[in-house]
Design a protein around this ligand. Structure first.
Ligand SMILES: [Zn+2]
Length: 484
């Protein structure tokens, strides 16, 4: 069965067929972070979604080129640079490094290319010049504002369609209006010419570059058009982002790119839905605004956060809760326990009779779970169905282990299947370094005893843990278990 994905461009679920005539290579561009602060959990939902798409394409044996830009020049960044009196590079470097640390904490694969906007100014200028040459961009030389704008009217005049991702009411089009900012807070029907090159103003400080249009800096939308086409070609397979980027950002990316090349820009547009936190839109005033770092400081792991972010289908609004994170811990412990037991049991067998029998049984343990998992994911990445397959498999494995009806070779086959599944999920159950459930339960009992001021019992459990080969250390972040 082939992979099907919901394409925002066609508003339908379509077979995924890459542009590569051999059907092997797939180019994928994800809008990356604007490095002016730590990324919040809503941003991370989109990045983890991008990672899932890439991992699943690789699972399907596509050769993926994954590109994610770093927006390191933009209105908010310039404001913060001014406020903090730092240099642009110093300021963005700090948040860029934090972004990559967080990406790792969530076990996201590193994109193959992570181009920075400030290192692609010549490419951006060249693209704007192309648009000027084709009559789709104009500069207001008479006015105080000498910025270069994209003309939606001229673009449409060439037979191109503005409003490919969203149904825009073009009757309300006001082509003579211009917006200099990158984000539009107005209603979705509002369409205006947008800035490609923003003329230098005193508030920009040192942040400007020379260009044929005068000193200034690029608009946000043109960065993505220039960098994606440079890395992946004028037409490429997949473009991903959060649904809040559909308009104006992605719509403008299409207009700039197709306006400049006359070619279709992207074959499949994939958009991840919003994230609510504790049932509400995240906001600092409501106290439900979390960066990844806030959640790690609460004692949750990147793995638990990743798991929770991956429990909902990417096109569904997801309610992220602290309770959900606690549930993630329990769910992961179930998987770990099962995988741990299979690892213990799946060691190579020396008894030929056992391995003989298992040749038949083995086919039942590894392959079907993979097929079911793959069938679920092929259906527009139906992750809920995929998790159901995983937990059915855990239940089945546990039952067979308890009944003694599993052979060592079956366990080995099952583990191979699990590892393939985990190459997509990326939750990495490693029984070797992971703490067994029994030990975790003892450690929790000890914490409870300490909280109840029953220190005698707490000490007794510490002794019991030691006898089982584990030492418990109290740290400011809570107790930590270490293997002796
Ligand atoms: Zn973008």
């Amino acid at each position: 069965m082939g992979l099907k994905l919901f394409n925002t461009l066609s508003r339908s679920v379509q077979d995924f067929t890459p542009l590569d005539p051999a059907g092997k290579k797939a180019g994928m561009y994800c809008c990356g972070p604007t490095v002016y602060d730590f990324a919040h959990i809503g941003n991370w939902r989109t990045f983890v979604f991008g990672d899932l798409v890439r991992r699943y394409l690789e699972f399907k044996d596509f050769q993926v080129t994954h590109v994610m830009n770093i927006t390191d020049v933009e209105d908010k960044i310039i404001r913060r640079v001014r406020e903090t009196k730092t240099s642009l590079r110093e300021f963005t470097g700090k948040y860029e490094a934090a972004f990559f640390e967080d990406l790792k904490a969530l076990n996201c694969l590193s994109p193959h290319q992570t181009p920075r906007a400030t290192e692609h100014i010549p490419d951006i200028i060249a693209l704007i010049e192309k648009l000027v040459a084709r009559g789709m961009a104009y500069q207001n030389i008479d006015a105080v504002d000498c910025s270069v704008y994209f003309s939606i009217d001229k673009y449409r005049g060439c037979g191109c369609k503005y409003g490919q991702l969203l149904k825009l009411d073009l009757a309300k089009l006001r082509p003579n209006e211009r917006v200099l900012t990158d984000e539009i807070e107005l209603d979705k029907d509002y369409v205006a010419d947008f800035a490609l090159w923003k003329a230098r103003v005193p508030d920009d400080g040192d942040v400007f570059w020379p260009s044929p249009f005068g000193e200034g800096r690029p608009g946000w939308h043109i960065e993505c058009s220039a960098m994606s086409m440079k890395a992946l070609g004028e037409t490429f397979d997949l473009h991903l982002g959060g649904e809040d980027l559909k308009f104006p950002h992605h719509e403008d990316e299409i207009a700039q790119s197709e306006g400049a090349t006359g070619q279709p820009f992207v074959k499949y547009w994939l958009h991840g839905a919003h994230l609510l936190v504790e049932g509400k839109k995240m906001s600092k005033s409501l106290g439900n605004f979390f960066t990844l770092r806030d959640l790690l400081a609460k004692g949750f792991t990147g793995r638990e956060i990743r798991y929770l972010l991956l429990t909902a289908h990417y096109r569904e609004t997801f309610n992220f809760t602290i309770e959900g994170l606690q549930g993630a811990r329990t769910a992961l412990a179930r998987i770990d326990e099962c995988v741990g037991k299979l690892r213990e049991f799946g060691a190579p067998v020396s008894d030929p009779a056992r391995s003989e029998v298992s040749k038949h049984a083995g086919a039942e343990t590894g392959a079907p779970v993979l097929q079911e998992f793959s069938a679920a994911m092929d259906d527009d990445l139906n992750i809920s169905a995929a998790w159901a397959v995983v937990f059915d498999w855990v239940r089945d494995m546990n039952r067979r282990l308890a009944e003694n009806s599993l052979f060592a070779a079956d366990a080995a086959t099952a583990l191979t299947g699990w590892e393939k599944i985990d190459s997509v999920l990326g939750i990495g159950a490693k029984s070797g370094t992971e703490v067994p459930a029994e030990i975790l339960a003892l450690a929790e009992a000890r914490t409870a005893a300490k909280q109840a001021k029953d220190f005698k019992r707490a000490d007794a459990i510490r002794g019991e843990l030691k006898a089982k080969g584990w030492v418990v250390e109290d740290t400011p972040k809570g107790p930590k278990l270490k293997k002796i």
